[in-house]
Ligand binder design. Structure first.
Ligand code: CP3
Length: 343
């Protein structure tokens, strides 16, 4: 029997909905922190198939989730292109910034398969160990979001450097987006070859773009990634996460031809109504409600399932599980979703 998540992505409506959580593996789990201590840096951790496959499986040992998400990061793609990427403990990612043509032209998508081979090895190991009724989700960042980190050299509040390059030197910025689109196609295709069942594209910073640029740097690359996969004979379903861009979500899903769209916690009934019924809907629950837990969280879970009961729904959060989340609250969330019996 195929997993409930894949059935929803293929067109079924299931009551109660399948459930998985963004960042379901991570620092809120003590067993993750213990595993993490075995690697030098975060990227070393991602590139150790023994550790990455174990981190992927940890949340499924504790909770009755319907899917595992491969333990990796969206910033392995710049590494695969030959850019320097590292993580500063307690601060976040750092990258050698790409601001001019010589820096960009030193990068190449040709080495992706080899440089990121440990990621695919981790995926194959997980698929071999995972219950066949559970889906394995592979992922990549959206080209715009990864470009933001590459141009800024770190996270940012306003993405001033990325937007400045986009508007000052459109040709160079287009070259970067094209390179990332190609790299993403290779990276996703290799994950599928290794056994992942579906793909999520995280466009975490799509919400900072005006409409025209959203179309050009979020919708178009996403549509290209999908078209390239189909051309290679991959029928693998795609979930897109245009975080912060709820008002464009319907057009994004339709024009990119996605099986599902993942929505952040600000999206309400009005934006939902615009999304085609042929597109499954995922996400929404505020990660802070998971932190709060208890009756307030359970009421919000019931309200969300009720709101989406006529649609194809994959239960998830509007963004990732926060490190300070009590694991018991995750167990309560899964029980509340699985135990939902209408109302
Ligand atoms: O469980 C899962 O969801 C799978 C693993 C996963 C990670 N990162 C592991 C991780 C996934 C899907 C991601 C995606 C990711 N990475 C995104 C898109 C989703 C989002 O959150 O918007 C982004 C923007 C990144 C880049 C990134 N990686 C940042 C900004 C940080 C630092 C912030 C932080 O939480 O520390 C990371 C590090 C990271 N990636 C951690 C984990 C578990 C924490 C690092 C650690 O354990 O030391």
């Amino acid at each position: 029997m195929t997993s409930a998540l894949l059935r929803v992505l293929a067109g079924e409506r299931i009551d109660p909905p399948p459930v998985w959580l963004m960042r379901q593996a991570g620092r809120y789990l003590p067993e993750y922190r213990a595993l993490r201590a075995q690697a030098r840096g975060f990227l070393d951790f991602c590139f150790r198939p023994d550790l990455a496959s174990e981190a992927t499986l940890q949340p499924l040992r504790r909770f009755d989730l319907d899917a595992a998400i491969l333990f990796s990061d969206i910033l392995v793609v710049p590494h695969g292109l030959g850019a320097k990427v590292w993580f500063v403990e307690g601060e976040g990612p750092r990258l050698e910034p790409i601001g001019d043509a010589p820096a960009l032209r030193r990068l190449s998508a040709a080495g992706i398969g080899e440089r990121l081979a440990p990621v695919y090895e981790a995926a194959a190991r997980v698929r071999a160990q995972l219950d066949p009724k559970k889906a394995l989700i592979g992922f990549a960042g959206g080209p715009w979001t990864v470009a933001c980190y590459m141009v800024e050299g770190a996270g940012s509040r306003d993405f001033a450097a990325a937007k400045s390059l986009m508007w000052r030197d459109g040709a160079l910025f287009d070259e970067l987006i094209t390179l990332l689109t190609e790299a993403t196609i290779e990276h996703v295709d290799a994950q599928i070859a290794a056994g992942v069942d579906c793909i999520q594209l995280f466009d975490s910073w799509s919400g900072v773009l005006p409409e025209r640029e959203f179309e050009r740097y979020v919708i178009e690359p996403t549509a290209k990634i999908r078209a390239a996969l189909r051309l290679r004979g991959r029928a693998t379903p795609l979930i897109g996460f245009p975080r912060g861009a709820g008002q464009h979500a319907a057009r994004y899903a339709r024009q990119a031809g996605l099986e599902a769209v993942s929505l952040d916690s600000t999206v309400g009934a009005r934006s939902l109504a615009e999304i085609d019924q042929t597109t499954a809907v995922q996400g929404l629950l505020d990660p802070i409600l998971l932190l709060v837990g208890g009756e307030r969280m359970r009421a919000a879970i019931g309200a969300q399932i009720g709101l989406l009961r006529e649609r194809r729904h994959v239960f998830n959060l509007g963004h990732g599980v926060l490190p300070q989340t009590p694991p018991d609250h995750v167990a309560d969330l899964v029980a509340a979703v699985k135990g939902w019996r209408g109302g």
